[in-house]
Design a protein around this ligand. Structure first.
Ligand SMILES: NC(=O)c1ccc[n+]([C@@H]2O[C@H](COP(=O)([O-])OP(=O)(O)OC[C@H]3O[C@@H](n4cnc5c(N)ncnc54)[C@H](O)[C@@H]3O)[C@@H](O)[C@H]2O)c1
Length: 391
């Protein structure tokens, strides 16, 4: 594999791929040859390229991972597809739904494996929730609710390229983390969100941008800054409707003190409920009306067969973010390596359990619908996925 954009999350892609044991990490490409060489040396990667085009041309690179800032996702992916490389892109797939659709169609034409790292799908208890719902253990579902709250953008000196529309997209909080929640609940329930009603807020409307670029979550302080006006949201409330009639709501914010990666969802059915919190990811709450509520602790011997292959440690040993990330990468590479027949899908005849560009396109349509709903004063807006071709 080769990776373009060796910043914060890029290192975790490389770590996950190395844990598979059958893939060589061949090259990284950065914004310059010098920075790429520095990153390659730090990560123990042999080749360093100063451009993504050069990495895409390397005949030893069969899979391109794309962990650049959002505005570079499309050109990097198109360069990889031009050389018929499999592509694993981080989220959001693209800046707009139209751009995402172009990438989906180009990937389908190229006939390669395409994936987007909505990595929370890889948690064993997320798969357990999905299997329980697919087996009808909650009865018909009627309500899905939750949040993704963080506090790392609460101060005017907190800054990221995510807040600049030309680099991150017109949406900030929804595009960056709201899409994780939407992908997760759609994956778990097996139903798509078809309508949204959004109320967006920009709590910190002026920020002090560092004059020199800093890496995401590096904690490095900048000495020189300039004030810039912020137009994208850092706080959002969204009501959602699903294709099967389920109702739901989600709150998303990056300015909520004390919340770090406070991602959770709850699904309510007629006979039972499920709740999963990312920050307590080894526990699954199961709610009952006529019996005591339960807390299922992650245990390979207690989860369903579909979830078992995502749990690698005995009970009592905690599995975490990077383990779930590795699980998603493992599913993608299983298909790339032609080993997908070894994996039994959770629901027969279903698409791959990892997120593809279709899911990336769907997420981009959701973001566009959220922005349109808010722009029009908070009105119900259809998530328009057009006639989405299935791969
Ligand atoms: N799945 C997740 O949970 C998760 C977590 C964090 C970030 N992300 C996504 O990953 C992507 C990267 O985010 P990050 O937090 O790692 O950002 P980052 O700023 O830490 O890293 C981006 C890297 O891209 C490099 N880059 C910039 N221009 C380039 C170019 N022209 N060619 C090659 N490299 C270039 C930068 O130098 C930097 O090293 C974003 O799309 C983000 O949404 C996903």
């Amino acid at each position: 594999m080769g990776l373009v954009g060796p910043g914060f999350v890029g290192a975790h892609h490389i770590d996950a791929v190395r844990r598979l044991g059958f893939v060589d990490v061949v090259a990284v490409a950065g914004s310059s040859e010098e920075s790429a060489r520095r990153k390659a040396d730090a990560l123990g990667v042999p080749r360093a390229y100063g451009s993504y085009e050069a990495l895409a041309r390397d005949p030893d690179v069969h899979v391109v991972h794309n962990t650049t800032p959002n505005y570079l996702h499309a050109p990097v992916i198109m360069a990889a597809l031009a050389h018929r490389k499999h592509v694993i892109s981080d989220k959001p797939l693209a800046m707009t739904a139209a751009e995402a659709r172009g990438l989906l169609e180009a990937a389908q034409r190229a006939g390669v494996v395409h994936a987007v790292t909505f990595n929370y799908r890889g948690n064993p208890l997320v798969q357990q929730a999905r299997a329980m719902i697919a087996a009808g253990e909650l009865g018909p579902l009627h309500f899905v609710h939750g949040s993704y709250l963080q506090d790392w953008l609460i101060e005017p000196t907190d800054f990221s390229w995510r807040l600049e529309p030309d680099k991150g997209g017109a949406s900030s909080a929804i595009g960056d983390i709201g899409t994780h929640w939407c992908d997760l609940v759609q994956h778990v329930t097996g139903h798509h969100i078809t309508e949204v009603l959004a109320d967006l807020t920009t709590v910190v409307s002026t920020r002090l941008k560092p004059l020199q670029a800093t890496e995401a979550f590096s904690g490095s302080a900048a000495s020189q800054r300039e004030p810039i006006a912020i137009t994208s949201e850092d706080l959002a409330t969204v009501l959602v409707r699903f294709e099967n009639g389920m109702k739901g709501c989600v709150t998303v914010g990056q300015v909520c003190a004390g919340h770090k990666n406070d991602l959770w969802f709850e699904v309510n059915g007629t006979t039972a409920s499920l709740r999963w919190l990312q920050e307590r990811q080894n526990e699954l709450w199961i709610g009952h009306r006529h019996a005591a509520n339960q807390l299922l602790l992650k245990d390979p011997s207690l989860v369903s067969p579909e979830a078992r292959r995502y749990a690698h440690l005995p009970p009592g040993h905690q599995e975490a973010w990077s383990d779930a990330f590795r699980n998603v990468i493992a599913d993608i590479y299983a298909q790339i390596a032609g080993r997908s027949e070894r994996i039994s899908p959770v629901v027969p005849d279903e698409r791959p359990s990892f997120p593809t560009f279709e899911d990336g396109y769907r997420a981009a349509c959701l973001v566009d619908a959220v922005l349109e709903s808010h722009r029009n004063g908070g009105v119900w807006t259809r998530v328009d996925t057009k006639e989405m071709a299935r791969t």
